[in-house]
Design a protein around this ligand. Sequence first.
Ligand SMILES: [Zn+2]
Length: 172
Amino acid sequence: MNLKKIKFCPVCGAKLISTQTKATDLSRPTCSHCQFVFYQNPTPTVIGIIKKNSQLLLIKRNHSPYRNFWSLPGGFVELTQNLELALQAELQEELQATIKSTTYFGSYVSQYKLQGIVEAIVATAFEVKLTNYDFKLNNEIIAADFFALDKLPKLAPFLDVQAIIKQLKKPL
Ligand SMILES: [Zn+2]
C-alpha cells in the first residue's frame, strides 16, 4: 500500500528506513539515527446512513476525488471531535441537517487518494435519524436525494461506501 510518503525523522531529521516488525508483519519507518518509530495509523472518518421511507440518502460530490459521483454523506474527524460530533458537523455543513439519534452500523477499512498520496482510513458508519429533512446544500455537494436501494445512481468507488451499500442490500 502506497501510504503517506514520510522520508525523514520528525525528532532528529535523519532518514527513516523501512523496518519489518515481527508482531504485526507491518513495515514501520524507523529512524536510522535515534531509533524513533513512525507508527502509521488510519485516519478516522464518519459516514451517515440516512433513510426516509426505506430510501437511502445520497449526495453528489462537487469536489475531487470523484467529483460528480454519488456517495454517502460524511467526512474526516477533526482534531478535537469525537465521531458523533464529526458526523453532526459534516451533516450541518453539507445539508444543514441536525441529528436526532445515531446507531452504530459498522466500521470499514478504506483508502482516500488525493494528489498521489494514499491515506489509510478507518470509517465508522452510523444509522442517523434527523430532526429535519428539508436540506439546504452547501457548495461541497451538487445534489442530495433519496434512492431505492435497487435503483442507486453511479457511486464513487470508495471501499467503505461500497461495503456499506452491499451490507444494506443484503436481505435480513
Ligand atoms: Zn531520529
